[in-house]
Design a protein around this ligand. Sequence first.
Ligand code: UDP
Ligand code: MG
Length: 341
Amino acid sequence: MDESQEIRTDPRPPVLSIVMPVFREGAQLASFLSAVRSATEQCNLPHELLLVDDGSPDDTWLVIEAEVTNGRLLRALRLTRNFGKESALCAGLEHAQGDAVIVMDADGQHPPSLIPDMVSLWQSSGADIVEAVKRKRGRESLSSKFGAQLFYFILNRLSGFDFKGASDFKLMNRKAVDAWLKMHERNVFFRGMTVWMGFTTVQIPFEVVPRSAGQSTWSVLKRLKLALVGITAFSSFPLHLVTFAGVVFLGISVLLGLQTLYLKLVGRAVSGFATVILLQLIVGSLLMISLGIIGEYLARIYEEVKGRPRYLVKESIEPNQISSAKETSDRMLGLERHDCS
Ligand code: UDP
Ligand code: MG
């Protein structure tokens, strides 16, 4: 029997985990958390809120501690430094204990009002993953919009998977989370890896709203790096492209060689210093690009081979009870797993 069906026939209500990576969100975190809390309460399910502070240099951790001091129930992990959003997501997924885990951004761009809809769609459809799909990308610069489109075009073509509209706002059931956690790669591309798993997915559209405060901490370089991780993790086509380009150039060289030989035989030697320089430049840059592509894959392999943990936890806040339902909290305490970091 399908595990999602098992959950529905379970007499105990499923436990919901909300996982959020947070980095430099101190300014608006408290108000966002209260919106998340009221949306989550509408689901009428026992729940936990799990925040992963990705080494924020601002007062984010203080805000989280203040929430706890004020009697709000939440769990939190503080990473030793900024490991990046994908690593913070790993930490959250590894520590979440719910039967369904909702992953969302803490900057207000993923509307908390969608949480009850996602949960009811999960319960009614029996799907393993409920994916919030961007209907309209939020206010973005033209270059960022174009960059994202180009990235997804290349990625979809190369990998054969459809990642269009995929976002990091999703609900995954326990089966999907456990399967996701079995993927031990260091170079994490969360949305790509969830599509790759191939579990039953239903989609729910949402509109990306502008950030509540602050600005995106993703620099062009960070985005480019994630794009490279995404492409190299899901396709080895660029490597084949190097071979293909080599073969094409070999063919052209043979043809040119034959033409030169013919011209020499009929007494008309090929002239042109500029042609030689141009050819050298073309071949030189192609060689460098090829080496670069191979280097990208080597770098990925190098990082994987080192086998370092994806993140390290500095401290954590673990309340003794997770949701209002006592029976459920007892069950969840029994579920406590070891720190995988
Ligand atoms: N984030 C993180 N670590 C980082 C950068 C971002 O945990 O190094 C978190 C951030 O706090 C937010 C989410 O990831 O909750 C999305 O970040 P951001 O809004 O900067 O990205 P964008 O929406 O521009 O893709
Ligand atoms: Mg954002």
